[in-house]
Write a protein that binds this ligand. Structure first.
Ligand code: SF4
Ligand code: SF4
Length: 426
């Protein structure tokens, strides 16, 4: 794919600005009506989904160049997909998210790079992770677990930890707990440990498509030789890469892809995990963008746009719309509701209307202040529900929220769903 594939759509943007807001029918208050962190923070149309579509159109037609200023506009965006979903929910048919991705890929092709992102790619090329860590340390998170090594044997379930859970000392425990819960329920699970590599999703997001393709091929081979029929991950970013991005580049994986919260929900409902211990806590759940909107299975489309009846524009065959409704929203909530004593409160912006944590799309690495501001917006919204804790299901969200809470001293605790299950399971 390239910007050429979106020529019609770039022409078609009506500048309606629906991509900036939750649709009118679903707005609960003025304070939490906005959905795009970039336009809210920088308050200039160029920073919205539509603004970037206009910029992409201009670059594609040779009317403007990718300058340092434009690079700043292109990358001050979490790629959280809210603009895409709001555009589709408003009965428009554009793909602002895809167009931003194509613009980033073009920037990389033209050698316009952010140094922070070059460091990520260097780390991937040398050490197979996005965090600048040593490949040799990748399997340390699982030390002492005595879990099956998928590189030398087969297992029914292939568990992928992802870069963050593998390397962050204070998050590793969540991956370990996930494995213990699965094994405690009798699941035949294996890991790649030190041989595990990045899913490649972050490379794709910052414009390095070739890197992502390499990782997708490598992952498909490893998965095939493991004999696993189910792939489970605790990382929402990896989940979205497997479920959404791989099919987008024509590399759909041929197994069931399940997030740990979906798997735990299944095991709890089957009675294989018993939640007996009270956890008396008022919590609110943050939908990670990559598990919600971007966790929806991607359906590729190739066809053409036609004008019929003297002016009505239609896609032939009909183009699938991605309204974000097929994301993973209920399983994590059902798990939390199954915990005795726990009270779940909802934020105004939830499910497909969720506000991003701030960490995605290379923003955490290149624009730390913007990532922190976006997280604080969400933490304020979480506190407005009366919750004592903010629960999520993604290490990138957890990292950004925890760091924002630590820096600003906001009185809310950040948990992963898995940690609360462990507490209730006793
Ligand atoms: S991207 Fe979609 S929602 Fe945004 S201004 Fe264009 S048509 Fe409207
Ligand atoms: S992906 Fe998110 S931050 Fe970027 S333009 Fe769309 S809504 Fe705004």
């Amino acid at each position: 794919m390239s910007l050429r594939d979106y020529e019609f759509e770039m022409d078609f943007c009506s500048r309606c600005s629906h991509c900036k807001w939750i649709p009118l029918l679903f707005i609960k208050s003025h304070r939490y009506a906005n959905v795009c962190p970039a336009i809210e923070r920088f308050n200039f149309h160029a920073y919205s989904g539509s603004g970037r579509v206009i910029a992409a159109h201009s670059v594609h037609e040779g009317r403007s160049e990718i300058t340092d200023e434009l690079l700043d506009v292109i990358y001050r965006c979490q790629l959280d997909g809210a603009c895409n979903v709001m555009c589709h929910l408003s009965n428009e048919i554009l793909e602002p998210l895809q167009i931003i991705r194509e613009l980033r890929t073009l920037a990389v092709e033209r050698g316009m790079l952010l140094p922070e992102h070059t460091m990520i790619i260097d780390s991937m090329r040398k050490e197979d992770n996005v965090l600048g860590e040593k490949k040799a340390d990748r399997g340390k998170w699982a030390e002492g677990l005595d879990v099956k090594d998928i590189n030398s044997g087969e297992a029914e379930v292939f568990y992928h930890a992802g870069c963050r859970y593998s390397y962050n000392q204070d998050l590793r425990g969540i991956a370990r707990t996930g494995i213990s819960l699965l094994r405690g329920a009798g699941v035949d699970v294996g890991i790649a440990g030190g041989e595990e590599a990045c899913c490649g999703g972050r490379a794709f997001d910052i414009g390095y498509r070739g890197e992502m393709e390499k990782y997708a091929d490598d992952f498909a081979n490893r998965l095939r030789s493991s004999g696993a029929s189910t792939l489970v991950t605790s990382c929402s970013d990896c989940y979205s890469a497997f479920k959404h991005l791989y099919p987008m580049i024509g590399k759909k994986l041929d197994v069931e892809i399940v997030h740990i919260t979906e798997y735990l929900d299944r095991l709890i409902k089957e009675g294989r995990i018993a939640l007996c211990k009270e956890v008396p806590l008022r919590v609110t759940y943050h939908d990670p963008c990559h598990l919600g909107r971007l966790g929806e299975e991607y359906t590729p489309w190739s066809g053409e746009w036609k004008t019929v009846h003297g002016g009505v524009i239609v896609s032939d065959p009909p183009k699938p719309v991605h309204k974000g409704l097929g994301g993973v929203y209920d399983p994590p909530r059902d798990v939390l509701k199954a915990i005795p004593g726990l009270q779940l409160l909802e934020m105004e912006r939830n499910r497909e209307f969720s506000w991003c944590c701030g960490a995605g799309g290379g923003v955490l690495e290149a624009y730390e202040d913007f990532a922190a501001w976006t997280a604080m917006e969400r933490i304020e919204e979480a506190r407005s529900t009366g919750a004592e804790a903010l629960v999520t299901a993604c290490p990138w969200c957890e990292r950004n929220f925890k760091d924002a809470v630590a820096a600003n001293g906001h009185g809310i605790t950040v948990y992963d769903v898995v940690e609360l299950v462990q507490e209730a399971a006793g």
